[in-house]
Each structure stands twice: as C-alpha cells, then as structure tokens.
Write a protein that binds this ligand. Structure first.
Ligand code: HEM
Length: 252
C-alpha cells in the first residue's frame, strides 16, 4: 500500500492494539483506531496531490466506466483491511507454524531435509492451526434449511473454519500434524482462507510469504528448538489463534 518504512512500526503498533483487544484498554484502542485512520487519510491525500506509482495511488485514481471513484471511506477501509488483514494473519501463521513444527521435531527434520515439502507444509499449518478460526458473520436474507437446522431470515451465521478443518469425515486423523498430508494433491483441501465469494483476497500472497519465511528459517536456524519449561503464550481472543510469546533456542 506504500506505507513508508519509517511509519511501519507505527502501523504494527496500531495493528497489535486493534487485534489484541483482550489486553487493550479502551482509550488505547481508540487512539490506535484514530491513528491508523488519520495516517490512511494522510497517505490518500499525498497520492491525490502527486503521482506515487503504487497500489494506493492506483486505487485513488481509479474510475469505473461511469466515472465513479472510490469514496474517501472506501479508500480508508481498503488501506485498513489490506494492511491489517494482510500483515497480522500471515505473521501469526509463521508463529503458529513454527510452534507446530517444533512441537513435532520429526516433522521439522523432515522439512529441513526435503524443501520440496514446504508448500504442502504451509497448507498443513493453515489447516492444523491457521490464524482465522471463524469467518465474519453473514446474515440470512431468507429462511433456509442447512443440514438439520433451520436458519431463519435475518439471523447471523458464523462459519467455524477451525471445525471444518478438523472434520474427521474429510481429514483422516484430523488432530495429527502431518506436513506430507497435502503433498502432491491438487487444489486446497482445507478452509483456512474461507470459501466462496469472500475467499481470502491475499491467499496466494500469504502462502508465498509463508514459503519464503520457512525456507529462510530452516536455512538460518536449522537447530531451532523450543525452550523447555517456557510454554508458548497464546492470546485469549475467540476465533483467532495468535501467539504472544514463543520462546525458542536458536542453536544447540
Ligand atoms: C495466513 C494468512 C491469512 C489467512 C489465514 C487469511 C484468512 C482469511 C479468511 C478466513 C477470510 C474470509 C473471512 C470471511 O469469510 O469472513 C479472509 C478474507 C480476506 N483476506 Fe485474508 N487471510 C490471510 C492473509 C491475507 C493477506 C496477506 C491479505 C492481503 C494482502 C488478505 C486480505 C484479505 C481480504 C481483503 C479479505 C476479504 C475478502 C472479501 O471479503 O471478499 N488476507 N482472509
């Protein structure tokens, strides 16, 4: 989106506050929201004033065939969604995936010696402990039957991605972490990026980022291990799997 390097730490701070609402105090949450919205507004104004040649610049100058442009609040929402949905989900995929691999040292060894397994391992990390465990609510526009339930018009429905990803009718021995599970299989046999018209916009980018990160981690710290007696700490928010601490040893 063109956030300058010197402003990235501020965005990380705002993002941590906004997704870490279990720990934040309401005043800090307000400040984080106001800070991010103000900065998004500032970046949009800069691109209105001069050409920047980046994605946000393109969005600011986009017109559809009727000459209609994205409104200020649509642009701010896009900046927000792409930066925060794009950064923190992938960051936690890397944390959760590292934990899963270190909890299963034989899988870490297997991946270390066969890098062709990295793409399949990322799929298994997403299935086994992806960042997003539920979708946003959808509202039924009419009364429908789903399975053995009636969903009445107007009621909210949240799909539990974590449940679908551990459905034993679909995944054999679903609680077993197995990086070979998806190897050589076409398509995506899990729901970590949701399904249908709201399927994650950044799925391909997230998978690629994960592949680059784990390739680098395995090369840089081949002897990485968990610190005995220091269990990882997890954020207490429903619907998301985010670590706040993962103490590791970098070497033997
Ligand atoms: C491991 C990383 C990621 C995971 C697990 C993830 C997961 C998801 C899920 C489950 C949804 C659907 C939510 C719903 O149906 O209510 C979603 C939507 C979305 N994701 Fe991701 N995401 C990831 C990375 C990214 C990245 C890197 C970007 C952008 C750069 C991104 C942008 C979006 C956007 C814009 C949507 C909304 C799509 C729509 O409503 O049409 N995500 N993501």
């Amino acid at each position: 989106m063109g956030v300058p390097i010197e402003d990235r730490a501020r965005w990380k701070g705002w993002s941590d506050q906004l997704v870490g609402f279990d720990r934040a105090d309401p005043a800090q949450l307000n400040d984080a929201l106001a800070g991010a919205v103000d900065h998004a507004r500032h970046m949009i104004a800069e691109r209105r004033a001069a050409e920047h040649g980046d994605l946000l610049g393109a969005l600011v100058h986009t017109r559809d065939e009727d000459g209609d442009r994205l409104t200020e609040s649509e642009l701010i929402t896009l900046v927000f969604t792409l930066i925060i949905a794009g950064y923190e989900t992938t960051a936690h995929l890397i944390g959760n995936g590292t934990r899963a691999l270190l909890d299963h040292p034989e899988q870490w060894e297997m991946l270390r010696s066969d890098r062709d397994l990295v793409p399949a391992a990322i799929h298994e990390m997403l299935r086994h402990g992806g960042t997003a465990l539920i979708t946003r609510p959808r509202y039924a526009t009419e009364t429908i039957e789903l399975g053995d339930r009636e969903i009445t018009a107007g009621s909210a429905v949240i799909a539990v991605i974590g449940g679908a990803n551990h459905d034993q009718d679909i995944h054999e021995d679903p609680y077993r972490f197995d990086i070979t599970r998806h190897h050589g299989r076409p398509g995506e046999a899990h729901q970590a990026f949701s399904h249908g018209m709201h399927y994650c916009l950044g799925a391909a980018l997230a998978r690629t980022e994960g592949e680059v990160a784990f390739d680098a981690l395995l090369s840089t710290y081949p002897d990485l291990s968990l610190v005995p007696g220091r269990p990882p700490q997890q954020q207490a928010v429903p619907g998301a799997l985010r670590l706040t601490e993962l103490p590791v040893r970098l070497g033997t």
